[in-house]
Design a binder for this molecule. Structure first.
Ligand SMILES: [Zn+2]
Length: 129
């Protein structure tokens, strides 16, 4: 749905005749705007994580981290008991099921702060920042 910005190069602003341009891909706005004046045709940019309707499952990537530390970290992060956290990890269960993209990013930040990575399924198409 994103307009090809390069196709705008020959178009001119109807207000001042200036060159038209677009918005950065991750901007909250999508559309075209004049680079010289305040003319703009703008819509909400739906190509953002907050509009991604995909339900994601998230696993903690245990990796080489000490297992007990991982269990403690997961228990803390999810506000669940250590026993529940251990069962979850032993079973290879996701720490979150069917969550939206914004929640995936929140969890990724949370676990990265604890020194842990996450795996996401289906493949996550947004930055895990
Ligand atoms: Zn203009």
């Amino acid at each position: 749905m994103a307009a090809d910005i390069n196709a705008l190069a020959d178009l001119r602003c109807p207000k001042c005749g200036g060159q038209l341009g677009g918005f950065p891909q991750d901007d909250a706005c999508a559309g075209i705007r004049c680079l010289s004046c305040d003319y703009a045709v703008v819509t909400t940019n739906h190509n953002r994580p907050s509009f991604d309707p995909t339900p994601y499952d998230v696993w903690v990537d245990v990796g080489a981290t000490d297992r007990l530390s991982v269990i403690a970290a997961v228990a803390n992060a999810l506000c669940i008991g250590v026993v529940a956290a251990r069962q979850m990890l032993d079973a290879g269960s996701p720490v979150a099921r069917g969550v939206n993209a914004s929640e995936v990013q929140r969890l990724a930040r949370l676990f990265r702060g604890l020194g842990l990575g996450v795996r996401v399924s289906p493949p996550f198409r947004w930055p895990l920042e």
